[in-house]
Design a protein around this ligand. Sequence first.
Ligand SMILES: [Cu+2]
Length: 274
Amino acid sequence: MAFLLALLIVAITAGLVWPLAAKMWWTPLLASAQGGDFDSHFLLSMVMCVIIFVPAQLALAYCVVAFRDRAGAKASYSHGNNFMEVLWTSLALVFFIGMNAKGQSMWYHQRMEAAPADSLMVEATGEQFAWNFRYPGADGKFGKTDFMKVDNSAGNPLGLDPDDPAGKDDIVTTTLVVPVNKPLEVILHSKDVTHNFFVREMRIKQDAVPGMDLRIHFTPSVLSKDLPPHPDGTKGEYEIACSELCGLGHYKMRAFMQVVTQEEYEKFLKEHAR
Ligand SMILES: [Cu+2]
């Protein structure tokens, strides 16, 4: 019986490690300059888990056999080993603090540090259950908004103030179109509840919180026309999925992001210029 159990433990361990060893990766295409750090951090944590998990399971299988019930033998009690206790507690401490420190710096770099000076700024505003994107237009300045002026039916979902000259050329769209290889700063707002701006290929996930001005910057690096089609058949677009349970229509709250060439981007701006 002990041998069978040990065999089962080894088989389950092998079955769990197999997808990783066989490189059955589940990360989607990587399409931002900063996403590589995220992937290597993810891979490092997976590898560390395997390094800890496999010997622990093999030791368990060994103990199941070595200390199995033998007729007539008396069990002995061990109070443990202080040296080993200190050793693995400190190793775990170093590991967790180290992983956190590395993750923290990636997080900090994209959110707390200022975006590069030549970044394109786009405001993304979530509402139940849609996204609107605003470009500052030719003057590079966002106009004032006033929530009293929000009127979806009149085509002013963001409440642009018509009296502010800086807002006259602001462009509002429902699809996010950005040029490739240019740093992009997304300023996240929400009109009602907490939403989340999630683009898996960019390895970007950031909450949009009502009343807050949350920023995240990254550099899209793959044209959307080079993307493989989505399982739902959508082609040439990155999905921006709301990733915060925000109400009954949460499941269908999504928008799309197109990464285009500089020329195509300028054409897009001209077509939408006001
Ligand atoms: Cu949402």
